[in-house]
Design a protein. Structure first.
Length: 493
């Protein structure tokens, strides 16, 4: 079996990570009273970038940034470099090795996503040294890691799976065979399912395991191999990570995942209790919120500064731009309406735009502070996306619709999670639809597309039915791709 820490031996299927977006990092920093560099024209460093899909997505979403990705996994960097070159992303540089001092104070935004929990202590110290050196004064750092206490519920199931995998490996070796990542995924699902049955799905432990199993089953075998079965896999408390960062001159700011903004998610009385019990320390407040609400993974934001940071986020003094996150689904609109029907209505009417809270207030007939409170509650349950600077928005198809070059590279490489120009991943695994998206290269108008695509699909063994209005169907597919952020802006005329 390949070593569990080898990303060259078993590829990790990466994707765009919204929490790693400089726009998101800047937004949370603004809410805590900081003044970060403009995310649209910044320098970004991704440490442990893997095959760099996340970084390439940022390069496509923000043409004005300069992005560098570093990962010692040579094959992963080679895959990313092929996609980068194919997509023509000249604002991204990928490295599998760096000279001492080459990256010092090179970035306004630094991220080490999925690194801290998956390396040994000596490597973790090296990573933190590099993070601290590479971040400019006042720069922002995103560190993600497996978090206690909720991870504690997952550990017995993980140990059961590792024991079963070890036994299966012994049998395979005796037969001159080797287990694959797919074998590991199957054995893990079997063992966790067994643990759920033994503990009872209605028990607290069983319910946590069932939720964890559902998450694992959304992962590819390569992701499960590295995320859940790797050795090491070290969970942390936020207090431990904040202490490690303080040793490197980094100060805790807050959390980047929407669900971890407990100040807007939990009842006001519980928030007051957390503040009273934990005192003025933002780290202690977050730790108590974790202990009460059982977070299992964090993307935490730090700043390279000794200046004081607010203990709680606030929208005061911030211009909030808001986009509807749930793309018009009936359930999403209903849930948003339960928070504020007037705000949900306005967002739905402008679902592919970014509106300020003042614009929403004017259309909804509300006060701006009421709108801000409502959209923050929608944000933490992922029904809206907020930012403090204008975000990317979907581009219309134009006369000659063209799929993003990065998306076409991903399709041709067999990836099913495609990267939108809004820095979000979307699943497109239907072969005919993927063929159509690759066909949209910007050289044909819609009439030509309707006339020529049937022959292309037939040649690929996927003939289109003559019983449907092909023009209407393909027009709708083009518009849906545009709404999802998969198309480039129309060429200037």
């Amino acid at each position: 079996m390949p070593p569990r820490n080898s990303y060259d031996a078993v590829a990790y299927d990466s994707s765009a990570m919204p929490a790693c977006d400089p726009l998101r990092m800047a937004t949370i920093a603004h809410l805590y009273g900081l003044d970060p560099v403009d995310p649209a024209t910044c320098d970004v460093l991704d440490i442990g970038c893997g095959d760099a899909i996340n970084l390439l997505s940022l390069g496509a979403a923000y043409p004005g940034i300069r992005a560098v990705g570093f990962d010692p996994a040579v094959k992963a960097i080679e895959r990313g470099e092929a996609w980068r070159a194919g997509a023509g992303l000249d604002n991204v540089t990928l490295l599998s090795a760096v000279e001492d001092g080459a990256l010092d104070e090179s970035a306004d935004y630094v991220m080490a996503h999925g690194v801290l929990s998956w390396v040994h202590d000596d490597v973790r110290r090296d990573v933190m040294d590099l993070v601290a050196r590479a971040t400019r004064p006042g720069g922002l750092v995103n560190l993600s890691y497996v978090a206690y206490p909720r991870t504690g519920y997952e550990l017995p199931g993980r140990e059961m799976a590792l024991d079963a995998i070890a036994a299966a490996e012994a049998v395979a070796r005796a037969a001159g065979q080797q287990l694959t990542a797919e074998d590991h995924a199957r054995i893990t699902a079997e063992q966790v399912s067994l643990a759920i049955q033994a503990s009872g799905a209605s028990s607290l432990y069983g319910a946590h395991l069932a939720e964890h199993l559902a998450i694992m089953q959304t992962k590819s075998p390569g992701q499960l191999f590295h995320d859940d079965l790797s050795d090491p896999r070290v969970p942390f408390r936020i207090t431990d990570v904040a202490e490690l960062c303080a040793e490197h001159g980094l100060q805790y700011v807050g959390e980047l995942e929407p669900q971890d903004l407990w100040q807007y998610r939990l009842p006001a009385t519980l928030c007051d209790t957390i503040r009273a019990e934990a005192g003025p320390s933002a780290v202690r407040r977050q730790q108590l919120a974790d202990d009460l609400t059982s977070s299992s993974f964090h993307s935490s934001l730090f700043v390279k500064s000794n200046e004081p940071v607010a203990a709680d986020p606030s929208v005061d003094g911030c211009t909030l731009y808001v986009r509807q996150h749930v793309r018009g689904t009936e359930d999403g609109v209903r849930r948003a309406s339960a928070i504020s029907e007037p705000v949900a209505r306005v967002l739905h009417e402008h679902e592919h735009e970014a509106l300020t809270t003042e614009q929403i207030a004017e259309e909804a007939g509300m006060e701006a502070d009421e709108v801000a409170a409502a959209v923050m509650r929608m944000e933490v349950v992922e029904l809206a996306r907020i930012s403090t600077t204008p975000p990317p928005v979907p581009a219309p198809p134009g006369s000659f619709p063209r799929t993003s070059p990065l998306v076409r590279e991903e399709i041709r490489s067999g990836l099913t999670l495609l990267t939108t120009r809004l820095h979000t991943p979307v699943a497109y695994d239907e072969p005919l639809l993927r063929l159509f998206l690759d066909f949209l290269d910007g050289t044909r108008d819609l009439n030509t597309i309707v006339r020529e695509f049937p022959a292309v699909s037939a040649a690929a063994g996927m003939p289109l039915s003559a019983d449907h209005d092909l023009a209407a169907i393909l027009t709708a597919v083009v518009q849906d791709a545009a709404n999802a952020g998969l198309l480039m802006p129309p060429a200037a005329t």
